[in-house]
Design a protein around this ligand. Structure first.
Ligand code: COA
Ligand code: AMP
Length: 634
């Protein structure tokens, strides 16, 4: 019998009592005056409490005798490098790097941008910031200089921590030129840039601003310089993570220290069923929220071992890589995006590579980041012979909104559903008037306020945008911007986004952002970008452009330039590979582009001619254009 229902009920009866109990798993310098309170018109958790996240992730485990246990295992099939850091070694690395940060003039409350590939130093950087109370903002390595510049201008970092390069299959990406370009583009200039040189591409360091990471760490170590943990308020920001919003401007999701620790620590056993000392592997990237929560903070708060994997599910070198890592490090649970499994299945449908490895240590596979299609779940279940657990969450929440809690005891799996609301989340599906809908009825999925610990209290320096984006449409609720329904048993089904966000290979992207870039091409009169279904990546973006009369180049050239422009301005990760010229875009009479209808046509879904369409013939033109590129399903 699962303890889920009792646990959820006990939270609902007494939310503050529930979280006060969970908070006992964290070491506080000062406990909270109020578990929950409204402060400056925002919902805050553990008000009055003081703590340090790095202390809870590292020092306390060393003090408790866990010093020799591996904390971080690094495995890079892309370079062949491997390394393991015990909790004691992690403490040394982080305390020393924190001393270097102090030396660079970074102190409590200052922001630090971390632009790094999947190497252990990315974790050291985040934890070193946490140690001295600085606020990190990690930017995914696949983003282009302009995206980085937008984040620099919003966060106004005192320092940037980076590496000389990232490595993708078949190419080395020199980070320093991208970084220099981003700083050039930004109004707010960081005082110092710390660069970790990697042998695959050395960076040129300029003047006093640029500092060689290893030399600085070596010098600090030679002097025995180590920074102590700085006490911060539980409500102080630990990090800012920028995520796609409905315009090109990313939203700076703020994570606090106290609530974040409490919810993540609670999740490790109750949701993931992991005991301290076990190996937990989130095959994601520190640039995404999954990486923040489940590569870095949650496993370490729990005294588990985490894996930093610099590779891909396929091609590094083959679709057996995941199984090799599970065998080598006796991974107890793997957490990844469904795309990774679709990629493995595509290359190895009979799972022949799996037969070469002993993956018996693995008890559960967790999937999130995008809709887990039942076909992929069933294939994974058949091959791995372990429960495959879908769960739903967002950058904004930092942890599971709905899931199937393995530690509390698994509930029956229903394919296509990430299961039920976790304690802390009271979820309703609302109609347009904000009224709760009956089971089975599709509507806007919303969470009753207040949101639980770990969820964003606000957006960085922008309470107004926070309220307008999330709290204004349905008073009393947080709007998830996901649409779906709940069944009679309370299982949620997440069907689509209600905004312009698409999910490409588990990466969250804004089609509006891509449209802004396409509109910037000199020959483009108007444009739209639509996310259509893709067998591997879940969704992919497709661009449509209407050209100005007398455009200077050929249509093919302009289409190619548009693809290149998105790559340059947003980054390769946008994965916009098809842009097509069309004579007109389908619109309503009031001028709204019918993106939803285009998507339905491409996906082979039923669609009806919108009553307000300006000219129905335009949809035929678009359909014909998509057919020439084999983009229409069915
Ligand atoms: N730095 C620089 N570039 C990056 C990057 C990074 N960290 N991550 C991805 N890119 C680039 C890729 O190299 C690719 O470039 P290309 O257009 O020159 O080929 C582009 O961004 C698109 O990447 P992606 O959408 O990931 O496609 P892919 O074909 O390279 O890989 C998969 C396909 C399925 C192997 C890959 O998407 C994957 O591993 N997915 C798992 C999902 C996942 O981890 N999601 C994270 C959230 S949980
Ligand atoms: P991100 O902020 O990158 O984590 O993306 C969050 C969005 O991804 C959600 O709002 C959903 O649209 C989608 N998503 C995440 N997990 C799931 C899931 N398990 N099922 C369906 N959609 C998901």
């Amino acid at each position: 019998m699962s303890r889920y229902h009792d646990t959820y009920h006990s939270w609902k009866q007494d939310p503050a009592g529930f979280w006060a109990e969970a908070a006992k798993e964290i070491d506080w310098t000062r406990t909270a005056d109020e578990v929950y309170a409204r402060v400056d018109n925002l919902d805050r958790w553990f008000v009055g409490a003081e703590c340090n996240t790095c202390y809870n992730c590292i020092d306390r485990h060393v003090e408790a005798g866990r010093g020799d246990q591996p904390a971080v295992i690094y495995d890079s099939p892309i370079t062949g490098a491997k390394a393991s850091y015990s909790y004691a070694q992690l403490l040394d690395e982080v305390a020393t790097l924190a001393a270097v940060l102090n030396d660079l003039g970074v102190s409590k409350g200052d922001r630090v941008i971390v632009y790094m590939p999947m190497i252990p130093q990315a974790l050291f950087a985040m934890l070193a910031c946490a140690r001295i109370g600085a606020v990190h903002s990690v930017v995914f390595g696949g983003f282009a200089p302009k995206e980085l510049a937008t984040r620099i201008d919003d966060a106004k970092p005192k320092a940037i921590l980076s590496a000389s390069c990232g490595i993708e299959p078949g190419r080395v990406i020199a980070y320093k030129p991208l970084l220099d370009q981003a700083v050039e583009l930004s109004k707010s200039k960081p005082a110092r840039i710390l660069i970790l040189q990697r042998e695959q591409a050395l960076a040129e360091l300029h003047g006093d601003r640029d500092v060689d990471w290893q030399s600085a760490v070596d010098a600090a170590r030679a002097q025995g310089a180590r920074a102590d943990c700085v006490t911060v308020a539980a409500t102080d920001p630990l990090y800012i993570l920028y995520t796609s919003g409905t315009t090109g401007e990313p939203k700076g999701v703020v994570r606090d220290n106290g609530g974040h620790m409490v919810a993540l620590k609670w999740s490790m056993f109750n949701i993931y069923g992991i005991a301290p000392g076990e190996v937990f592997w989130a095959a994601s990237d520190v640039g995404w929220v999954v990486g923040h929560s489940y590569i870095v903070y949650a496993p370490l708060l729990h005294g588990a071992t985490t894996i930093v994997f610099e590779g891909k599910p396929v091609g590094t070198p083959d679709p057996g890589t995941f199984w090799r890592v599970i065998e080598d490090y006796k991974v107890a649970a793997l957490f990844t995006a469904p795309t990774a499994f679709r990629a493995i299945r595509k290359e190895d449908p009979e799972a022949n590579y799996l037969k070469k490895y002993d993956v018996s240590s693995m008890r559960t596979l967790f999937l999130a980041g995008e809709r887990a299609d039942p076909d992929t779940i069933q294939w994974a279940e058949e091959q791995l012979k372990v429960p495959v657990i879908d769960h739903w969450w967002q950058t904004e929440t930092g942890w599971t909104i709905a899931g199937n809690p393995m530690g509390l005891g698994a509930l029956p799996v229903k394919y296509g559903s990430p299961a039920v609301a976790m304690p802390g989340y009271d979820i309703d599906v609302l109609d347009e008037a904000g009224q709760p809908l009956a089971p089975g009825k599709l509507g806007a999925i919303c969470v009753k306020l207040p949101l639980p610990p770990c969820c964003l209290p606000t957006l960085w320096n922008n309470d107004a945008r926070f309220k307008e984006s999330y709290l204004s449409a349905f008073p009393g609720y947080y709007e998830t911007a996901d649409a779906g329904y709940k069944d009679e048993d309370g299982y949620l089904y997440i069907m689509a986004r209600t905004d312009d966000i698409i999910n490409v290979a588990g990466h969250r992207l804004s089609t509006g952002g891509m449209e802004e870039v396409l509109a910037g091409h000199e020959d483009v009169a108007e444009c739209c970008v639509v996310g259509i279904a893709d067998k591997l990546k879940g969704q992919i973006p497709i661009g449509f452009v209407v050209l100005k009369a007398g455009a200077g180049h050929t249509t093919e050239e302009i289409e190619r330039e548009c693809v290149q422009l998105v790559r340059e301005k947003i980054g390769a990760v946008a994965a916009l590979r098809i842009v097509m010229n069309v004579p007109r875009l389908p619109k309503t009479r009031s001028g709204k582009i019918l993106r939803g209808t285009i998507r339905k046509i491409a996906d082979g879904e039923d669609w009806t001619m919108p009553a307000t369409i300006d000219d129905p013939a335009i949809l035929d033109e678009i359909t014909a254009a998509m057919k020439t590129k084999s983009l229409v399903a069915g």
